[in-house]
Every structure is written in C-alpha cells, then in structure tokens.
Write a protein that binds this ligand. Sequence first.
Ligand SMILES: O=NC(=O)[C@@H](O)[C@H](O)[C@H](O)CO
Ligand SMILES: [Co+2]
Length: 403
Amino acid sequence: NDREIVDAKVIVTCPGRNFVTLKITTRSGVYGLGDATLNGRELAVASYLQDHVVPNLIGRDAGRIEDMWQFLYRGAYWRRGPVTMSAIAAVDVALWDILGKMAGMPVYQLLGGRSREGALVYGHANGRDIAEASDAVGRFIEQGFLAVRAQCGVPGIKKAYGVSNAKGYEPAESELPLETTWNTPRYLDVVPKLFEQLRADHGPDVELLHDVHHRLSPIEAARLAKSLEPYRLFWLEDATPAENQKSFELIRKHSVTALAVGEVFNSIWDCKHLIENQLVDYIRTTIVHGGGITHLRRLADFAALHQVRTGFHGATDLSPVTMGAALHFDTWVPNFGIQEYMFHTDETDAVFPHDYVLRNGRLHVGDTPGIGVDIDEDLAAKYPYSPKQLPIARLEDGSMWDW
Ligand SMILES: O=NC(=O)[C@@H](O)[C@H](O)[C@H](O)CO
Ligand SMILES: [Co+2]
C-alpha cells in the first residue's frame, strides 16, 4: 500500500532557536512534516515521539488521519497535556501534509477551500518606554501591517515581558530560567498611557493588541480592560491565568474590551467554559500545541457556535511548519480572527523553506500540495540542540509569579 508508513524520524535543530520536527515517510516516498516544538521543554516531546509514538507509526496507513488521532489520544491513556498534544499534533499535521501531496492539493482545499484571500496578521512592536514602543508601532505600520501588538517596559522593572533586547526577541535565551521581577501597580499605570500615546501618534484605525501574559488577578484584569476601553484594542490577551475559566466572568462584567486567551491551552477542554459562555472573543490555541488540524477543526467549529473567532499563537518558537499549517487553516476557517506573525531568523527560514508570503499586512499560502513547507535536513544537522528554558517572574518580595 502506497500510504503505508515506512519511516518516521524526529529532527531536533537549533537555527537560532530549538525546533522539533517529525518527518513521516510512506512507501510511495511521499513524506509529511509536523512541528512538535514546546518552548523550554523540547526534548520531552522529542522523546515522547521517538520512544513512544514512532514505534506505533510504522506499518500504519497514513491516510487514516482521524483513526490515528483517536489512537494516539485514547491510546495514551493519560489523555491530554502540552507534551502529549504537541506530539499528537506533529503526527496529525504530517499526515495532512502527506494527504495533500498525494491528492495534489494544498491543505486548505482538503479542509473545504478558501474563505478569504490572505490571513490578517499582527506584528510584535515593543520598546523600553512608551516613546520607543510608539516608534516601533510606526515602523510596523510603514511595513504595511494593519494590526500591531504593543508592549513596553515598566518603570523600575528590568525585563518586562515582551520587550526585545539587542539580539531581538527570543524569550528562551538562557540554559536555566532567567529571573525577572514584576510589579503590577506600575504596570497598570503605564499600559493605559502607552495606548493613549499610540492612538495619538497613529490614529484610530490601526488594530492595536496587548498581551498581559497571565500576570494580573481577575479584578486587576478587569481594571486594565476597563481603562483601555477608550483606545479600542483589537484584543487584550491572557489577561489573567485561565485555569479557572470562570474567572473571566469578572472581567466581562466590567469591560467591553475584547479578550483573547489560549496559547498555553492544548485541548478543547481548556476553553469549553470560556467559549460557551462567550467569556472570550478570540481563542489562541494553535495547531502545534492543540493536537493538530484534526483537533483544532473541532475547536474552531465549537467556537463558531458561540461567535468566538480564531487568533492563532504565532511566536518564533512555533516553527515555519506550524506557520504553514496554521495559514492553511486560517485560509479555510470561516470564523477566522487574526494570525500572530513574528519574523523567523534567516537561518530558520533556510532550514524550513516555505511558500507562504506576507503582502499588505496579510499572509498568503501558496498552492503547493500539502502545507507548503519543507525541511533541509543537511542544513538542520548543522544546528545542534542548545538547552534553553523560558524566564520566570517573581514579585519584588520574592514570591513566584507568572512570566
Ligand atoms: O503572544 N505571544 C506570546 O505570548 C509568546 O511570545 C510567548 O511568550 C512565547 O511563545 C512563549 O514561548
Ligand atoms: Co501571548
């Protein structure tokens, strides 16, 4: 059988940052790629795949995508979680890639065809202070971005979330976690001033986004959302840790600022209450951490029932393989909202050649069969894994906080 899986290999490479890629090859020679990168815990997923999943793949039919998903999810017994769901996602996307190549169709066509020409994206602008952040937003607007996320430093805080350093923006920059400090009152004071300045400098039309990154309590998040209403944000992201999904009711009670959540989720169960009670406006769980295209289709359809739109996570620790698969999904999904897009390094783009292209603030996939992304294995081998972990945050009294 042409579709019989005859090989599956896990490729760990570090072209500027670590990526874990699964390559599944069928008897016909057609192969597919899946991203399995979990920032700061890459080797856990590489092992989950290599030691526990790959032995189960050999000999199976690559065309049985749904059955493979059910087998890997139920067969794991211990159900979901970021490591399991990233591993399942890598297999799932590789199988969709193979199906597209065998059918001679781009994955968006397999899902049901185009619902739009390009996917609206937002870039990451930041600065150490408000003026620098506003200049950065201006540069993104000049580059044609229609939507920009803005983050700025917090007076007295050394490494506030989302502020680049000289090397650019890659949060997992040390072998063991960098310790950063956090101060909520000063943050709550500076953010409304940032957006007041951005509206004054750049006008009412550009879509502005902000990422709180899980650092506020529900009532503090409600305060910030309310204080930002005059500046009409496209969304306020991860306003408060979302394990307790009901906590978003407090934010909703006080503000009409649109809310986004979900990049740290890995299944529909993490966001079911949020979505069915319309406690969020955008769901960010993306393909690499959310169990692949097969699970995200279910999540997006559930979200559509409650007028919640997709807003996929798309930071540099998601490889071009995820960006490619996500863009095919973005091109098809009816309840599309926006796609996060950060430029990968040139080294990364060389290891993962792809056909998606940025034009006038939107990312466009090509019509290459499959997901339109490849991997240069020889080049990938030149970049060995480099142990890195994400920073942590503590309050000034030393209490552990959320980074
Ligand atoms: O909205 N984007 C984000 O919050 C990212 O920048 C995350 O901090 C990183 O992907 C973590 O690896
Ligand atoms: Co975020």
